[in-house]
Write a protein that binds this ligand. Structure first.
Ligand SMILES: [Zn+2]
Length: 193
């Protein structure tokens, strides 16, 4: 099965680069990206469409690899921006009414909004201490590549926990691309409610 990524990720990335670096930088980077990436951007990208996962990994690898001494830092910056934009009024309201636990249990649902491949799970280890994991193969042609699993979920979950009244951190501690069977995340927080 071919893994897919939601169209809105591609347009958010393009708009963010154009807004922060200018159209010229985007055009240059798109020209330098693999042809299968350019094919996606040459078409009309609807926010709700599903695009090849390989193209998502391709554009983030080439853009952040070319433009940042530390590609993870660039990707983390973009993901924080995306989180701000995507945690809409409605989502904020729901999170505000819920607890951190309520939000962490829904990570799988949030993941599926963006990626067709991979399953998120979450379990409580102790009060204010949870483990989360992403199960899927380590195959950047079909599943989230290392830039995405390392920098995507954590800042989102941290922001969501803050909205749910918890001051905490989420760290990506094990990775499929470093030989682990699944990516693992550790969430820790103190309730501020
Ligand atoms: Zn990972």
């Amino acid at each position: 099965m071919t893994g897919r990524a939601k169209g809105l990720l591609f347009t958010y990335l393009r708009d963010w680069v154009v807004d922060t670096r200018g159209q010229g930088v985007w055009d240059e980077e798109l020209a330098a990206a693999p042809s299968h990436v350019r094919e996606v951007y040459d078409g009309i990208i609807l926010a709700s469409s599903w695009q090849p996962m390989k193209a998502w990994n391709g554009i983030v690898d080439s853009y952040f690899g070319n433009r940042y001494p530390d590609p993870n830092a660039g990707m983390a910056e973009f993901c924080a921006h995306l989180g701000e934009r995507e945690l809409t009024t409605l989502v904020r309201l729901v999170l505000k009414m819920g607890s951190p636990e309520f939000m962490l249990k829904r990570t799988g649902f949030l993941w599926k909004r963006y990626f067709s491949a991979g399953t998120f799970g979450a379990e409580e280890i102790d009060k204010g201490h949870w483990r989360l994991w992403l199960e899927c193969s380590a195959d950047p042609d079909h599943t989230a590549g290392p830039l995405t699993c390392t920098n995507g979920p954590a800042p989102w979950l941290e922001r969501g926990m803050a909205l749910a009244g918890a001051d905490g951190t989420v760290r990506h501690v094990e990775c499929r691309y470093s030989g682990s069977p699944r990516c693992e995340y550790v969430a820790r927080w103190k309730s501020t409610k």
